[in-house]
Structure formats: structure tokens, C-alpha cells
Design a protein around this ligand. Structure first.
Ligand code: 6PG
Length: 221
């Protein structure tokens, strides 16, 4: 782990801590939506170390791979192992999978699971892949078209074909948040992020769908 990425994770954890704390001063419960992948792990650990009324915090994922929670590909596994530790284990975590064999079969059940959460989210944290995808909204995909247009909360995803089937919140649902943070690492993503910030097409760079929100970008090489 580079020092720059560790410092970035700690800075983001402090900003998210302040945001949750602020909202907890005015409402009973708050919702934190996090992303998976490799970038968030040091952030999860830094946030888990913060002293918060975790029993009043709901946590869910922006997207998930449709795999068993024991799989190393599971985002829920990452959250349980690195965020929901210590005092943070008292948070209410709602995963984005269920017993259905496919995301298409499970999407309605998962939608019921997440309806009880404290929407609008206090914080949504998104990552970005080197192709400009965010959550599981992949460039030029049929699911992206649906996810940008639907007011349904969740979309089943089969693209890109080489990755596992996935499920993702729609753009409409991910927009239902007071604050958005982008947490991005990798020198290779600097050019993609710059392109997205300079107004490229949302179909080519789905992250663009969230650059209209008030948001903070946390990036390190
Ligand atoms: C996922 C994530 C995904 C992630 C990007 C960046 O399920 O993979 O939600 O959208 O944020 O792929 O991943 P890295 O931070 O590991 O590069």
C-alpha cells in the first residue's frame, strides 16, 4: 500500500465520518452506500476505527457480483471483513444478493431487502474502473441504457461478458444521496477521470452520470 493511498483512505474516512455524524445529529438512522473492488479496503479499515453510533447506521453496496459471499470476488465479503469490525459490527448491513440462482431472478427480492434502508443515503461512495465504469454500469452496455433510464432501484447486469453476473443500483437510486464521493486509485485512471471531467459521453464513461452531483473526488496514483 503506497503512503499516498493510505493517506487518501484516511482523509476519505474522516470526511465520511463527519458526514455521517452531521446527519445523525438530525435523523435517527443514516445510510452509507459503499463500492467494492480493491481500492476501498484501507478506507473501510480507517472508517471502522471511527467512533460512531454504528447501531444507527445502515450499510449497503452500490453493486455486487452474483457470487457466494465466501467467494474472493464478493464485495459483501470485503465489507464484512474490513468495515464491519469492532464497534462497526453493530451497523445494519444489507447485501445485494439473495438465494436466487441469477441476478435476474433475484433482483425483485433484493429490491425488497433494500427498501427498508434509510434512503436518501447520507453518503454514496463510488469507484471507477479504467474503462470509466462505476458501480456495475459499464460503457456501451444494454444494462447502462436501462440503468440510466429506469426508476427501478436495481438492475441485473451481464456485461462485460468476461466478468461474473452482477447486480447494481440504477443511476436514479444512486443519485438519491446527500453526498457523493469518488474514491479512485491508479495512475492509469488519471487520464480517464480527466476525460470524464471534461465532458465525454456518459455512454463511453458512465462515471459522467455522477459528475453532475455535488461530489468530492479522492484520487491517488
Ligand atoms: C466492483 C466495484 C467497481 C469498482 C471499480 C474500481 O464491484 O468492482 O463496485 O465499480 O469500484 O471496478 O475498482 P478498483 O478500485 O478495484 O480499481
Amino acid at each position: 500500500m503506497s503512503q499516498a493511498r493510505q493517506q487518501l483512505a484516511e482523509q476519505l474516512a474522516e470526511a465520511v465520518f463527519q458526514a455521517l455524524h452531521e446527519d445523525l445529529n438530525r435523523q435517527e438512522r443514516v445510510l452509507l452506500v459503499v463500492s467494492g473492488g480493491s481500492t476501498p479496503v484501507p478506507f473501510f479499515k480507517a472508517l471502522a476505527a471511527k467512533s460512531l453510533p454504528w447501531e444507527r447506521i445502515d450499510v449497503t453496496l452500490a453493486d455486487e457480483r452474483w457470487v457466494d459471499e465466501q467467494s474472493s470476488d464478493s464485495n459483501a465479503k470485503l465489507v464484512r471483513e474490513h468495515l464491519l469490525q469492532g464497534e462497526a459490527a453493530a451497523a445494519t448491513f444489507i447485501p445485494l444478493t439473495c438465494r436466487a440462482a441469477t441476478p435476474e431472478e433475484g433482483v425483485d427480492e433484493v429490491a425488497k431487502q433494500v427498501e427498508s434502508l434509510a434512503w436518501p443515503a447520507s453518503v454514496v461512495i463510488l469507484g471507477m474502473g479504467g474503462d470509466g465504469h462505476t458501480a456495475s454500469l459499464f460503457p456501451d452496455s444494454p444494462e447502462l441504457t436501462l440503468a440510466l433510464a429506469t426508476d427501478e432501484p436495481l438492475v441485473a447486469v451481464r456485461t462485460p461478458s468476461q466478468s461474473q453476473p452482477r447486480i447494481t443500483f440504477s443511476a436514479d437510486r444512486l443519485h438519491q444521496a446527500r453526498r457523493h464521493f469518488l474514491h479512485i486509485t491508479g495512475d492509469d485512471k488519471r487520464a480517464v477521470l480527466a476525460k470524464a471531467l471534461n465532458g465525454d459521453d456518459v455512454r463511453q464513461l458512465p462515471i459522467r452520470a455522477f459528475l453532475t452531483c455535488p461530489l468530492a473526488i479522492y484520487w491517488a496514483p
